[in-house]
Design a protein around this ligand. Structure first.
Ligand code: KG4
Ligand code: ZN
Length: 340
């Protein structure tokens, strides 16, 4: 029996990272990401600047991905691209590029849902990383998303909880902004949290029914707290920065773990797989490991480069859809609010 070699080129451009990846039969050959530092001085992503940067980056990023994989475009079996959700102007760049390239090479086009991809990143063949068994709970936590998904099979997923306002990464970034930290503030808060006392200051957790999340109230509570304290002591932030960071992080992790506990109880599922930029947080990783002992969970964290926005996760979805013969038409369009 001859096995077919399936080469997928994947393109991701939903937010502020232009990314391309080449995959052979479920294994990543290259994974290139061009970030956009232009947004740093604005303290958040500026959509118009993002789409312009994608236009500049997409050709060199795709070329790099093919070169690093040592694959010629004539070898490609299909092109996968992020159709949504995301910023419309950003999505359009990747979508039109993928469509023209697939048309030019006369190979199939595969549309990918970015949120499914964050979860299916766990199915990339990677030494030392286990694939979660079905059904499992996927939690995607990043600057743009906060979702708990019941994953019954590769393409049978159900969102059982999500944020009703800010994403968890925004809670880190906006708190950091109040404290005068750079953007994005998540990694800095994480670093400082290790040096501080998580119980130094108490912030009340939001009261949201069921499995949904809310983070905007926490941001306001932190703002008022800092205003009050700096009024009494102008050096408050400077003197207590590590304790403040530890306390904020402790509160956010508590919110995430509470919801995971509830989701696990409601569904009877103990396999929990996380993804998204916030899954880099050392506190959440530790809390998940503790959950293995305390609650009998088995937890899965993908390789870091597959958790933040990347095209490798788009490639694995492309590969799985290729195996099912699930292709897109040339008439496919980007969809900024695409649902799982
Ligand atoms: O997945 P990602 O790179 O992009 C999207 O937002 O889709 O996630 C970026 C987010 C930012 O909010 C950043 O502050 C947060 O992930 N982040 C962290 C850490 N590393 C990145 N948050 C907490 N602790 C970290 N170590
Ligand atoms: Zn994402």
């Amino acid at each position: 029996m001859t096995t077919q070699n399936i080469y997928i080129l994947a393109i991701e451009s939903s937010c502020d990272d232009t990314a391309a990846s080449v995959m052979l039969n479920g294994k990543i050959l290259s994974n290139v990401v061009a970030g956009q530092s232009i947004h740093e001085s604005y303290g958040g992503v500026v959509p118009e600047l993002a789409s312009r940067a994608h236009q500049q980056n997409i050709v060199p990023v795709v070329q790099q991905a093919l070169k690093r994989a040592n694959v010629d475009k004539k070898q490609l079996s299909a092109i996968a691209f992020t159709r949504g959700p995301g910023l419309m102007g950003s999505l359009l760049v990747g979508t039109s590029f993928a469509k023209s390239m697939a048309y030019g090479l006369n190979i199939p086009l595969i549309d990918v849902n970015h949120m499914q991809a964050h979860i299916l990143a766990h199915f990339i063949d990677e030494d030392g990383f286990q694939k979660p068994p079905f059904p499992f709970l996927g939690m995607t936590i990043s600057g743009g998303h906060t979702q708990i998904v019941k994953v019954n099979s590769h393409f049978d997923m159900e969102v059982i909880g999500e944020t009703i306002d800010d994403a968890v990464g925004e809670a880190f970034d906006k708190s950091g902004k109040i404290l005068g930290l750079g953007y994005p503030a998540g990694p800095e808060i994480d670093k400082r949290a290790k040096l501080g006392n998580p119980k130094a200051f108490k912030f009340t957790k939001p009261k949201v029914e069921g499995l949904n999340f809310s983070f905007s109230g926490l941001k306001t509570a932190i703002l008022y707290f800092i205003q009050k304290e700096t009024h009494a002591n102008p050096n408050f932030i400077e003197e207590y920065l590590n304790d403040i960071c530890a306390s904020i992080q402790f509160t956010i992790i508590g919110i995430l773990i509470d919801k995971l506990k509830l989701a696990s109880k409601q569904t009877g599922i103990n396999h929990i797989a996380i993804g998204g930029g916030v899954s880099a947080n050392t506190g959440i990783r530790k809390a998940l490991k503790d959950g293995e002992v305390k609650f009998g969970w088995t937890t899965y964290v993908p390789k870091f480069e597959f958790t933040t926005d990347n095209a490798a996760m788009i490639a694995i979805v492309g590969y799985l859809k290729f195996l099912e013969g699930d292709f897109a038409e040339q008439s496919v369009t980007a969809s900024s609010r695409l649902k799982i």
